[in-house]
Design a protein around this ligand. Structure first.
Ligand SMILES: Cc1ncc(COP(=O)(O)O)c(C=O)c1O
Length: 422
């Protein structure tokens, strides 16, 4: 779907996927507010269904080839979904994309597409709580077992998880999240891709490597170019970017995305026309928002690191171990704008600090125009045991910060006055 390979991501983000001639010349895409689509004739209805269900080599598909894209029913696909998928696909560098009504829909539908009872899944740690819950509490009830590894830079650590998994069944999916929050853990995607090729020979089936790219997004990291089979993103975060909608996306080779779309249709997890339109508009400013959020984040993280009441900051840009620095230089084009800060003290100190903030908003989620902050142990990780929280580096003094687009001096002044209360 990415038919303009010569253009930069910044240009593709603005206009790719919408041809004004398809919308009566409207500079911006119409919203197709319809649940179903009308056929010109009974033969055309048959051709459309034949092409959709029986593939590209049928008579129906041949007759459809010279016509504009045909739609059947909103849950199977609609014009605004096609536009937003084309744009995401161009940004992710895939052959096709599937867009969903949330990141979790994208995650669960993708996993249900590629694993079967008796399979295993290997995953990096830590991963987003919803993904972790699905892997560890839901999929085992369907006969699928998860096996995690902690060090995504270590061949031995990844291979150990692959070996433990294979001893229990074929590996259907390798799920990676890089970078992960709140530890800023990173995974060498190319290394996992190399190890998976040996596994493919051993088990006679290729595990599908999926990377959750939510924390950096398509402007700062391209997992498909590193050897991932699929790139998954919670579009709710940076891509939508205004904390006003939920969406998710998966990009990759056309054959894998076709299988995911079939499962999406059965689950009814597609994105609706109005939200797809809003998301398409949000993509236009993603490059500028990414740039500003990253430059603000560096300033805020540097201020916090040097503050006497701060015990630590997990900002990716402060990682100094040579292996991580080398990997980031090869795999990513920036260090993002979501990180954790740990105060000296505990919950009481954090609550005093949070209740004094005037510019930053106290909320979960990330990637919006506004700066958001939350106390991890009592919000995003409320349901996680203290032992597991601490294993993931989350103490009672940890807070997650998603730096927005405000003037950095105002953000620093807000932090300064709130830290005085601690
Ligand atoms: C890394 C990551 N992946 C996936 C998700 C799930 O996305 P959504 O909330 O859009 O369902 C989130 C949500 O916070 C996330 O942070």
């Amino acid at each position: 779907m990415s038919d303009k390979p010569g253009l930069h991501l910044e240009t593709l983000a603005i206009s790719h996927g919408y041809d004004p001639q398809s919308g009566q010349g409207a500079a911006k895409p119409p919203i197709y507010a319809t649940s179903t689509f009308v056929y010109r004739s009974a033969q055309q209805a048959k051709d459309i269904h034949e092409a959709y269900f029986d593939g590209p080599d049928t008579d129906g598909a041949r007759r459809m080839a010279s016509e504009p894209q045909a739609y059947i029913y909103g849950r199977l696909g609609h014009p605004n979904l096609t536009m937003v998928e084309a744009r995401l696909c161009a940004l992710d560098g895939g052959e096709d994309s599937a867009v969903f009504n949330s990141g979790m829909s994208a995650i669960t539908v993708t996993l249900m597409t590629f694993v079967r009872p008796g399979d295993t899944i290997v995953h990096s740690r830590p991963i987003y709580g919803g993904t972790d819950n699905f892997l560890h509490n839901v999929l085992p009830e369907f006969g699928v077992s998860p096996f995690g590894f902690d060090d995504g830079l270590s061949e031995a650590s990844i291979q150990d998880a692959l070996d433990r998994a294979t001893a229990n069944g074929p590996v259907g999916v390798i799920w990676l999240e890089s970078p992960a929050n709140p530890t800023a853990a990173i995974v060498d995607i190319a290394l996992v891709s190399r190890l998976s090729r040996a596994l493919e020979i051993k088990q006679g089936r290729k595990p599908v490597i999926v990377v959750d790219n939510t924390f950096l997004g398509p402007l700062l990291q391209s997992p498909l170019a590193e050897g991932a089979d699929l790139c998954m993103t919670s579009l709710t975060k940076y891509c939508a970017g205004h904390s006003d909608l939920l969406a998710g996306g998966v990009s990759g080779p056309a054959d894998l995305i076709a299988r995911i779309k079939t499962m999406r249709t059965l689950k009814g997890a597609h994105l609706d026309a109005q939200t797809a339109w809003l998301l398409l508009r949000s993509f236009e400013t993603l490059p500028l928002r990414t740039e500003r959020a990253c430059s603000n984040a560096l300033k805020i993280a540097s201020y916090l690191r040097d503050h006497p009441k701060v015990a630590g900051v997990t900002y990716l840009g402060f990682r100094s171990d040579p292996a991580a620095v080398a990997l980031m230089a090869r795999q990513s084009r920036g260090t993002g704008s979501t990180f954790s800060v740990r105060l000296k003290g505990g919950e009481a100190e954090c609550f005093r600090f949070l209740d004094r903030l005037q510019v930053m908003r106290l909320a979960v989620s990330l990637g919006g125009t506004e700066t958001l902050i939350c106390h991890s142990a009592t919000t995003t990780h409320y349901n996680v045991s203290k032992a597991s929280r601490e294993a993931a580096g989350i103490t009672d003094a940890s807070m997650r910060l998603s730096v927005g687009l405000e003037h950095p001096d105002d953000l620093i002044a807000d932090l300064e006055q709130a830290l005085e209360a601690v």
